[in-house]
Ligand binder design. Structure first.
Ligand code: FES
Length: 116
């Protein structure tokens, strides 16, 4: 299969599409990147070499989660301090709030995210 350049959706199993959102070079350990695709904002994080993707918009008032500090798997929203686990989407605030988490696949140095 050809390696696509830029954002491109790929048909997979008919359930989800994997879209290239970054390269590993853009996401060193501890880094984060925000990517907008089809009107949705994705937050990509590199925790100890493992890439996670969650909804990049804080559900409190829309703060940019990728701009917050990352401590282990926990990112803190830069606006008012809500925290989210970038692997599970869970927050210490309780089970009623949960960020969407998206599957990530690495192909070569491409970071692909399963979009709904
Ligand atoms: S917008 Fe994120 S904590 Fe308020």
């Amino acid at each position: 299969m050809e390696s696509p350049h830029g954002l491109e959706a790929r048909g997979e199993d008919g359930m989800s599409r994997f879209v290239k959102m970054a390269t590993l070079e853009e996401l060193p350990v501890g880094a984060a990147k925000e990517v907008e695709f089809e009107g949705r904002v994705y937050g990509l994080f590199n925790v100890n070499g493992e890439i996670s993707a969650i909804d990049g918009i804080c559900p409190h008032q829309g703060g940019p989660l990728v701009d917050g500090p990352l401590d282990g798997t926990m990112v803190t929203c830069p606006w008012h301090g809500w925290q989210f686990d970038v692997k599970t989407g869970e927050t210490p605030l309780g089970p009623k709030i949960k960020q969407a988490v998206f599957e990530v696949k690495i192909e070569g140095s491409d970071v692909l995210v399963a979009v709904p």
